[in-house]
Design a protein around this ligand. Sequence first.
Ligand SMILES: Cc1ncc(COP(=O)(O)O)c(C=O)c1O
Length: 383
Amino acid sequence: MDAMVLLDEMRDLVAPGAFELETPCYVFDPTRVARDYTELKEALGTGLVVSLKANPVLDLLARCGHQFTDGIEIASLGELNLTVGRAAVPRFVTTPAMTSNLAASAIACRSTLVADSLPQLEMILKIAMARRAGVRLALRVNAACLPGTQLPPGARDHFGMAPADVTAALDRVRQADLRIEGLHTFAGSNTFLSCHRQIASGMAALAEQISGHPAAQLSFINLGGGIPADWRNAGIDWPSYRTQLAHLFGSISLLHEAGRAVFTACGRFVVRILGVKQIEGRQYAVCDGGMAHNFLLAQTESLMKRTIAPRVLAADPQTHPTATIRPTVVVGNSCNRADVLGHVQGQPVEEGSLLIFEGCGAYHTYSPNGFLNLKSPRLYVAS
Ligand SMILES: Cc1ncc(COP(=O)(O)O)c(C=O)c1O
């Protein structure tokens, strides 16, 4: 999934340069990542770990990775391999599905392993002992189980351990003559608004409960995130949250982590119109990319549905001044009736024009299939 690098002047995707793009494609802009990362970190007033799953494009990481000084969050061996030798920042490996391969590789490259359960902790310890290797350990706590919290039912999930297991984990780690360096929780994507204050007080209470334990030598607490892509307009009272954190945690080093809030704005998805057709008055633009390339834009799962109006870059406004201006449904190339990417209103659509969807920089790899053997989207980084 290596990306191609575009010249700086292509960043705005205007004609004629944009027509040289091989479509369907994504165009990622590292300057947007840098801006959004820095501004979000400032708003939070804590460290900020970046979730690689939201955008695992190596060329983007090469250009932005040095800024992610607080670390990156990794959930698979594939992600870990992507970063080894390429990102000189801390790594936090967290997944309930950790395999012994992933644990061994994470230990070997001095990542922090965030144990998700007692059996997983046992597996990590066994590997570390067998290799006589030091291991950086943290514990993941289930957000809905934090002391005093009453999170919405949607925030109940299978990640992390209950507080009672945290104590058992500390005992076990002490027995192994090791220590726990951090606590971590994550209540799920887009949960920040409804959960952040409760999570902060629940984590503070838990940290207080375990503070006397000899194996609890916390150098960080990761409060998770679930920060929405449009966090600037989400009505979050940042100053009062920062005050709450300072009051609850004093000098302990705090982290949040984010994927979509850092990457969404950096990416555009671009398709080319292959043809325009009408069925009983309804107009459709059939494109060379669709749900197989950008599952989140397509109208497949109502929970994930996003309807975005793309910008139209006319193939040739001079020679086709009369292209029809009619409401147009933009459809993809997968033979699936749900493969609808969005709608165009008030702009002419014609064969050969480009449709540019903004805000597609996060989770572009969240894609269902190799259905129809359609070619993968091309990835470009504007640099
Ligand atoms: C542990 C953890 N942290 C962070 C994230 C990133 O979520 P988002 O992109 O909504 O910020 C995820 C997403 O699944 C996650 O599982």
